[in-house]
Design a protein around this ligand. Structure first.
Ligand SMILES: Cc1cc2nc3c(=O)[nH]c(=O)nc-3n(C[C@H](O)[C@H](O)[C@H](O)COP(=O)(O)OP(=O)(O)OC[C@H]3O[C@@H](n4cnc5c(N)ncnc54)[C@H](O)[C@@H]3O)c2cc1C
Length: 353
């Protein structure tokens, strides 16, 4: 069981900044995210797009904003459970919570901060009858660790940037890479399309278009996929494979959090914005894009503000007898709720002085 002070569900910009604000109060954080990497929408949807409304950054790429947040929270050594979706929550008799993921990882904390944005990104799955039977047994919808595919026979399906980029990357890792796409044209960046064609000519990628995977086979684990060409003859053939990776994009869904007994309005969690962004369940907060209140704006800077106020309240909940006196981080340390001076982590002191 992973234990922490604040369990953050969602490692988007809001969840990441929560680690910093909690860290100043000496609270430890652990983050769960359904995606294999931190950064939420910024990393998954628009890493190369500039953002212009982050205070003091006239322009910053979304991907760089995530890198900077990761650098900023490094001194506080947060824990991460990535590639797993928070599925269930249980309130224990002492008021603390146990959150369990779809992979069975358990996390225990006195405070839960839901920073789930638009919800967990669920993979769009192709319509293949026995697909579910091979999930995690040769079928995967995300690439967490490319090394997993070393010396394996891999089939990737899809026509966007993910399918192209991973085909290019795995061409040097896997024993064999086959890219299957329904059309002859790809939706991804032109230079990635050119690179895939170049690797095809070098015999490093088998490119099969227009075609689709229509059936899977294997005793316990996936052993072969049936490929159907979209030509007039609808020619079909079996290809032996170890791993099939359909990369058809991700769609966000509030998902299991919607069943946690929280007040939901228009697919978002209602919070008390007059105070601390707490939900109707004491000890569970909702911050960033996932929450709603009168006047709510789904902006990164609003998520940062909500995270800051939420952490103050979380500290008060964890240490109800301590009194907090706010001090600026730039004075070289942090004042605890009891008024005692606490050293901010050296890297933070160095960074902010
Ligand atoms: C194209 C585009 C451009 C944008 N431009 C701007 C801009 O210029 N300025 C601006 O301020 N905002 C912009 N936004 C909005 C901004 O990206 C969001 O406000 C911001 O990402 C919200 O951050 P968040 O951390 O609250 O949520 P998210 O970034 O959505 O992160 C939430 C994370 O929670 C995870 N999650 C959810 N449920 C679960 C679960 N059950 N278990 C595990 N993980 C879960 C998700 O996988 C996700 O990674 C833009 C958005 C888009 C799509």
């Amino acid at each position: 069981m992973i234990k922490t002070d604040i369990l953050i569900i969602g490692a988007g910009p809001t969840g990441l900044f929560t680690v910093f604000e909690a860290g100043l109060l000496k609270l430890k954080c652990h983050l769960i995210d359904a995606l294999p990497q931190p950064g939420g929408q910024c990393a998954e949807i628009y890493p190369k797009k500039p953002i212009y409304d982050i205070p003091a950054f006239p322009e910053v790429l979304a991907g760089d904003l995530v890198d900077n947040l990761m650098e900023q929270i490094k001194p506080f050594e947060p824990g991460f459970t990535l590639g797993e979706r928070a599925d269930t929550i249980e309130k224990l008799d002492d008021g603390t919570f146990v959150v369990t993921t779809n992979k069975g990882t358990k996390h225990h904390a006195p405070v839960v901060a839901i920073a789930g944005g638009l919800g967990s990104f669920e993979p769009r799955k192709p319509l293949i009858e026995n697909l579910g039977h091979y999930e995690d047994k040769g079928v995967r919808y995300m690439i967490k660790d490319p090394e997993f595919y070393r010396d394996k026979k891999v089939v990737i399906a899809g026509g966007g940037d993910s399918a192209l980029d991973w085909s290019i990357f795995l061409a040097d890792v896997a024993e064999e890479v086959t890219l299957v796409h329904r059309r002859n044209e790809f939706r991804g960046a032109l230079d990635s399309v050119d690179k895939v064609k170049e690797l095809k000519d070098l015999g490093k990628i088998n490119l099969i278009t227009p075609a689709e995977i229509v059936q899977l086979e294997g005793k316990n684990f996936l052993e072969a996929v049936l490929i159907r060409k979209s030509n007039e003859a609808k020619e079909e053939f079996w290809l032996p494979v170890d791993e099939f990776i359909p990369l058809f994009g991700l769609s966000p869904k509030l998902g299991p959090i919607a069943d946690w007994g929280l007040e939901i309005e228009k697919n978002a969690i209602k919070v008390d914005n007059s105070l601390d962004y707490q939900t109707n369940i004491p000890g569970i907060y909702a911050i960033g894009d996932v929450n709603t209140y009168p006047g709510k704006l789904k902006l990164i800077l609003c998520g940062f503000h909500e995270a800051t106020l939420m952490c103050q309240s979380a500290y008060q909940r964890i240490f109800p007898d301590k009194k907090y006196v706010m001090k600026y981080t730039t004075v070289g340390g942090v004042t605890g709720f009891d008024g005692s001076k606490k050293e901010a982590p050296k890297a933070v002191v160095k960074a902010i002085n």
